[in-house]
Design a protein around this ligand. Sequence first.
Ligand code: CP
Length: 314
Amino acid sequence: MPHSAKLSTRHLLGIKGLSPEDIHLILHWTAQFKEVINRPIKKVPSLRDITIANLFFENSTRTRLSFELAEKRLSADVINFAASNSSVKKGETLVDTVNNILAMKVDMIVMRHAEPGAAEFLSKHVDAHIVNAGDGTHEHPTQALLDAFSMSEKLGDLSGKRVVIVGDITHSRVALSNIYCLQKLGAEVAVCGPATLIPRHIYSLGVQVIPRLEDALEWADVANMLRVQHERMDRAYFPSIREYHMRYGVTMDKLRALSSIPVILHPGPINRGVEITSEVADSEHAIILDQVQNGVAVRMAVLYLLASQGKNIA
Ligand code: CP
């Protein structure tokens, strides 16, 4: 990959807007930055003099801390904003909030928001690079990139590999971003879960539906287990958690019955005993903490590539 290659976009709003070359470029730089963060001195000066604001209008542990660490590893100046203790509570609009932050000479905005399309809306109204850190049920692009990178560490080139996404597809931004990302990398994607949690338009995305978890796990090289997103549900989508776990929860017994065991991913936070047992989550088959570690390197790559479009950086 040539050092001078650039992304085709000045924002990261979703995987849908990226080309396969963009994704390969980000994954290339992720490998470089993973090497950096495993050195004794983990910091590089690449984003010195760049100021980044992290705007979180919705709860987060992994994504928020991972972006902040990535920014600090790149030597950026960082400010953090949480809606819960801000003037948003006094009625300030999103655009006014962000323009006030930009008046403090901020170059990039990383934003998580409950509204689908919030990051794209912002990109049309303010003059800064925007990175979508999850917008409602729409997209979570850096999660998909770190998932793809983690899968490829285990399996190599993802072209032709089979990935099943299990669980609450309807409410999952991780599912949609994973589908776009994996297909652009040449993988085959299936989903599995209660019919009530699989959107009707899923076939139009070129995704197959495998109703039984046992069949899906037998088919797959990778299973990405999603959290049931109770906070986005306005009604009951399945009879009980116990029944959900019996039908769609991955257990060691289900894995042992397979001819070969797929790599198990989970974006977190985990509902232990619901979509995945502790025994599986903590087993050699799961790469959940590798995903978290790779998240920092992926976010360093994204921030570096976006910032390098506008400025001459090291
Ligand atoms: N995977 C993920 O987005 O986790 P957080 O909600 O903790 O950021």
